[in-house]
Ligand binder design. Structure first.
Ligand code: AHM
Ligand code: MG
Length: 281
């Protein structure tokens, strides 16, 4: 596992350089979900793939930017699903973006995730590492060393609401829930990048990030392997909770590597509230 974290640090240093110097224009290609890829998405994806290919402990990798699983070592132990540059459509306006990694054993399923890492490229570069026992925050310094900053834990209830997807398309129960949160005093935090948005909720100790199923996208937008499971694992380990609207997001069955699902991440009181509103629908 240690060599995987070291590889992610190396990729982070290289991706930071690509973001700073890189071309923020669009490529001619689309990914499996039909998004037009940026040149930065493709370059970041190559960096991570090349670094992971050097590791004996990795069996397979799969990227949000690629159609298929890539075999690395038959005798490797770990399977890694990653989103090289999440929120890359925000990079041209200089909002924060991130990389997300889910580390699995045996199969790419929520029940088999054993580690998760995400990196925020904001004014600082920060990395959050979860091994299922603790959630640790590291900051990159000017010498490109990652220094441990603090353990992250969540309170039972928070103060932030980060509501994703197009409001026009929300189902009534979801709209009522979010409106009620704001009437009760929750503060809005939404940048459109799940990495900084979830980082905000996690570092403030709680609240709710939601990307629901809606009339335009009944299964939500966020991909299970690359986005939903890694953050569900981190939030649950930090003492928070995750849900697809009725159960822990880690219990979702995956039928295809690019499957999406509705996604709720937050502190335990807010996830209980989600279940109340979604039970009524
Ligand atoms: P991406 O992987 O193509 O960047 O999409 C994921 C991002 C998330 O970071 C964010 O929460 C969501 O898309 C925002 O979606 P929307 O386009 O509905 O605003
Ligand atoms: Mg993404």
């Amino acid at each position: 596992m240690n060599e995987i974290i070291e590889s992610i640090k190396q990729s982070t240093i290289e991706i930071k350089n690509i973001i700073v110097k890189g071309d923020t224009g669009k490529s001619e290609q689309q990914n499996s979900t039909g998004d037009t890829q940026l040149k930065l998405d493709i370059a970041s994806d190559r960096v991570i793939e090349n670094n992971f290919k050097k590791l004996a402990s990795i069996k397979q990798i799969v990227s949000e930017e690629q159609d298929y699983i890539i075999d690395i070592n038959e005798n490797g132990k770990y399977l890694i699903a990653y989103d090289p540059l999440d929120g890359s459509s925000l990079v041209d306006v200089n909002l924060s973006v991130g990389s997300i990694y889910g580390i699995y054993e045996k199969s790419f399923e929520g029940q088999n995730i054993i580690g998760a890492v995400y990196v925020v490229f904001g004014p600082r570069v920060e990395m959050v590492v979860c091994d299922g026992k603790s959630v640790k925050l590291y900051r990159m310094d000017e010498n490109k060393n990652f220094n441990f900053t603090q353990d992250l834990t969540m309170n039972k209830k928070g103060t932030i609401s980060s509501p994703g997807s197009t409001q026009q398309c929300w189902y009534d129960n979801h709209r009522t829930m979010i409106n009620t949160m704001f009437q009760e005093g929750y503060e809005l935090s939404y940048s459109g990048g799940m990495v900084p948005d979830l980082h905000h909720v996690l570092l403030r100790g709680g609240g709710l990030f939601s990307y629901p199923g809606a009339s335009d996208k009944p299964n939500g937008k966020l991909r299970q392997l690359f986005e939903v499971f890694p953050f569900a694992f981190i939030f649950e380990t930090a003492g928070g909770a995750s849900s697809d609207g009725s159960q822990s997001a880690l219990k979702i069955k995956t039928t295809h590597i690019h499957d999406t699902s509705p996604c709720f991440l937050g502190s335990s009181d807010e996830i209980d509230m989600v279940h109340q509103y979604y039970k009524q629908s």
